[in-house]
Each structure stands twice: as structure tokens, then as C-alpha cells.
Design a protein around this ligand. Structure first.
Ligand code: ADP
Length: 193
């Protein structure tokens, strides 16, 4: 299979991480979650983690300069793979543009951006449920959750247009059982590769 790079896109709680894991296994991709990378750095109290912590705690996006560098380092450290699944990146116009330029510099590109569409009421329920299990600071209260939706609406949703203009944007219904959503994603990716 030629290199195939996917962006999995959606609001907080839409199931990006869960589904990225299934896609990774099925298509032998390398899964990069910027949220997981930040949380790992915070846990290990690295300089990056110390810098990012307050942003994650408040549900704000981490500044582009920090996030883009971290993402590029992770790609470069794992270059010999069948492809990447980017989960939680890009989240701003600047990140999307930087990603295109960076991938081009290593003879790669984004093949598809797949959005999981879930309504906000369902997302709030999912995130508050997840908070009980993971204890994630940003899932704990409704104010932080709403701030993350605002960040998405103000900074991330414009990327739909960015990828539509490149004819790379696909939308998948993110309601239903995990298995149903996985099947929808597999059907879509099978039709693209
Ligand atoms: P969710 O999609 O549920 O918000 P993530 O794990 O993807 O969860 O992200 C958690 C937090 O990590 C974000 O609210 C933000 O603070 C930070 N983060 C993750 N990815 C990015 C990114 N691409 N740009 C800026 N901040 C990010």
C-alpha cells in the first residue's frame, strides 16, 4: 500500500482517539495524538509539559509554535511507517498550513481528512462520563468543556473549508455504537485507498 496519511477531525469527545486506534490497526498507520503527547509530557514534567499544562487544564489550545514543533519531531522520529493518522492536529489554520509545507518537505501529503460529526449535547454527556474514568482535568466541568467547543468553533472549524478546497474533506456520522462508526470509517477509507 502506498503511504496514506489521514487527519481524523472533530469536536472534543467526538471519538477521534478511539477510532484512530482502530484505523491504525487496520491500515497499519502510526497514530499521533497531540493531546496524548501533551499529557505524557505533563505527566513526566518535561519542559514542554510544564509549558503546556495550564492550557490543557483550562481547555485552551496550546500555542501553535509549541504544538507544530512537537508534531514535526514526532513525525521525523517515526518516518519509516506506512502512513500517519493525525488525531487532534491540525487545530488551527496555521497548523494546517504548516503541516502541508512540512509534509511536502519529506515527500508526503495528507490524503484524507475525516470528520466525525456528533452534536454538542451528546458530546457533553460523553465528556462528563469520560471524566469519571480518566479524571482528565479538562473533562471535569462544563465551563472547560464549553471553552473547548469555543476553541473548536473559533479556530478549528475553518479547516473544513481548508480541506474542502483541496477536495480532501469527508464527513462521517459519529452517532451510534463504536462498531457502527468504525464500519463507516473502514468503508470510507477502503473506497479511498
Ligand atoms: P479533545 O479532542 O477531547 O479535546 P485532545 O486530547 O485531542 O482531546 O486535546 C486535549 C487538549 O490538548 C486540548 O484542549 C489542547 O489544550 C491540547 N491540544 C491538543 N492538540 C492540540 C493542537 N493541535 N493545538 C493546540 N492544542 C492542542
Amino acid at each position: 500500500m502506498p503511504v496514506f496519511n489521514i487527519v481524523i477531525f472533530g469536536k472534543p469527545g467526538s471519538g477521534k482517539g478511539t477510532q484512530a486506534d482502530f484505523l491504525k490497526d487496520k491500515y497499519d498507520l502510526y497514530h499521533i495524538s497531540t493531546g496524548d503527547l501533551f499529557r505524557k509530557n505533563i505527566l513526566n514534567k518535561t519542559d514542554l509539559g510544564i509549558e503546556a499544562k495550564s492550557f490543557l487544564d483550562n481547555g485552551d489550545l496550546v500555542p501553535d509554535i509549541v504544538t507544530i514543533k512537537m508534531l514535526e519531531n514526532e513525525v521525523l522520529a517515526n518516518k519509516d511507517v506506512n502512513g500517519f493518522i493525525f488525531d487532534g492536529f491540525p487545530r488551527t489554520y496555521n497548523q494546517a498550513e504548516s503541516l502541508d509545507i512540512f509534509l511536502e518537505s519529506i515527500n508526503q501529503k495528507i490524503n484524507a481528512t475525516i470528520a466525525l460529526e456528533v452534536n454538542e449535547d451528546e458530546l457533553i454527556t460523553r465528556l462528563l462520563d469520560r471524566a469519571k474514568i480518566t479524571k482528565r482535568s479538562d473533562d471535569q466541568d462544563i465551563k472547560k468543556i464549553k471553552n473547548r467547543f469555543n476553541e473548536y468553533n473559533n479556530k478549528t472549524s475553518i479547516l473544513i473549508d481548508f480541506y474542502q478546497k483541496q477536495s480532501k474533506f469527508y464527513s462521517v456520522n459519529g452517532h451510534g455504537s463504536v462498531d457502527d462508526i468504525t464500519s463507516r470509517l473502514f468503508n470510507l477509507v477502503d473506497s479511498l485507498i
